[in-house]
Structure formats: structure tokens, C-alpha cells
Design a protein around this ligand. Sequence first.
Ligand code: BDR
Ligand code: CA
Length: 304
Amino acid sequence: MPLPIILDTDPGIDDAAAIAAALFSPALDLQLITTVAGNVSVEKTTRNALQLLHFWQADVPVAQGASTPLLRPARDAAYVHGESGMEGYPFVEHRRQTLDKPALLAIRDALINAPEPVTLVAIGPLTNIALLLIQYPACREKIRRLVIMGGSAGRGNFTPTGEFNIAIDPEAAARVFASGLEIVMCGLDVTNKAVLAPEFLASLPGLNRTGKMLHALFSHYRSGSMSTGLRMHDLCAIAWLARPELFTLKPCFVAVETEGRWTAGTTVVDIDGRYEQPANVQVALDLDVEGFRGWVAEVLALAP
Ligand code: BDR
Ligand code: CA
């Protein structure tokens, strides 16, 4: 039985690749996409999610979520993903609409109506997930676990120690990490290793329509380069669900710094147990890179 998942995302070029994998991996059943402000505004991330689903003629509902972080002004990563958030491919016009309810209600209803607990996957800032836990705490019982792309046990990519998804909304991340949910964190420790090689990138246009489209987006993606390889941060969260054996996980106490003058948005990952706190997160610390590349090739070959 494929695993039912709800994907919270801010497409985003690596988000687009993650959505492809979530749709076409036989191990997963993508039931709902919710959008959040992150790489670009929530209006743009929603538009991008709808364009992708139209491209694949996929029947997955989309609900729009938070337009700003809990307490801070929105900042984006258009310098990585382009002005639209998914620059580079001429998607056709369509008439698809979002659900007529916001992301929080859509997630709540999907959880309430699910026969079994559902896995949440968050590959953008954690604003929607924090709001869900604040407003509908009873939903927790129906959350199997939360798998995130975010954070780092070492250096950051947005500030010296902050990874983008966490540093954009540290207060949301702090709430989520302290919530007691079962959390798997795929942070920069593994996602910086999740590099698609230039030869594979060059082969994508010959693979299928999806390969052509992703190749066009990847040519505009600024997390690495087409000639040295591209980092597929968000794909790691999907890869962990489909192929957990590719990852080395360690249970750790993780706190999110919200107050540091220079360090707000840092995930403090207590790998050596110095704070003597109970572990609250399964932290991915290593990745079988060749296995990851093989899985990406496999799953993209299943797309149209
Ligand atoms: C994360 O930040 C975003 O730009 C990517 O989509 C990914 O979710 C990587 O730090
Ligand atoms: Ca993302």
C-alpha cells in the first residue's frame, strides 16, 4: 500500500522535482498539496503548484497557506529560483483553482477524514505546520510523522548558521521542533550531498516530457550549476520516505534559536548529547549519494 502523504511546499525549483517524485514514486500516495510563502510569495508558490499539476494532468487538491512568517516579515529566495519561483519553462495557461478553503482547514479536514494517520512532509518554511499545531492541536493524533527539508547540524545557506526554511520563520520552526511530533530532519548535512551530476542533468531532455521541463527549470536554478552539479535539497525528504536505507539517521535533541542577534533560525543539533536533553528529532547525517542518484533516475523515468 503506498504511504499517504500531505506535502507542504513553496515551489521553488527543487520543490518541483520533489513534487514530481512524490507524484510518481510507487511508494507514495500524494493526497494534498499546501503552499506557503518561502522561495517566493504564496500567490506565486500556489500558482507554481497548480501549473505543475496541470502539466502532469494530476488530480491532487491544492490549498493556499500562510503569506508571511509567524512574527517576521517575508523574505524570499528569488535569487535562487528566479522571479516567478519557477523560472525557465513556458507552462501553458489553465483554469485550475485551489480548494476554496485555506491550507490549515484543508490539512485539518484531510487528517480528520483519513482512516489512518498520515505523514506530513514540509519542504518550505514551517509556518503552516506551526499554525496547524496551534489552532488544531487535536490533529496531532492523525499525524503519523513529520518529515522536513530544513535545518543543519553545521553551517547554514541563508545566514552563516541558518538554513533557509528554518531561518525564514524561526518561531514556527521552534514550535514545531518542540511539539513532540515524531520528526525526521533532512537538513543541509545530507541535502548538500544530494547533488545531481552534470551528465545526468544533460540526459534529462531525452528522458521524457518531465525531464525536458525539469531540465529547463534546472538551467535557471542557482543551487550549484549545470556544469558542476545541482543540489536537490527538497528531493531528500521524498527520498527518505521512498528509500530510508539511503540515509544515516541519529536521534538528537534539536532546538531552534529564535533570539540570537546573529544566529536566529539556527538549528542547534546536540549530536553529542551535551545538553542532556531527550532526543526530539531523527536527524539525517549522511546519505548514500550513488543510491540517491539511482533512485532519482528511477522515479523520473516513471513520469510521463
Ligand atoms: C531550501 O530552501 C529553498 O530555497 C529550497 O526550496 C529548499 O526547500 C534549501 O535550503
Ligand atoms: Ca522548498
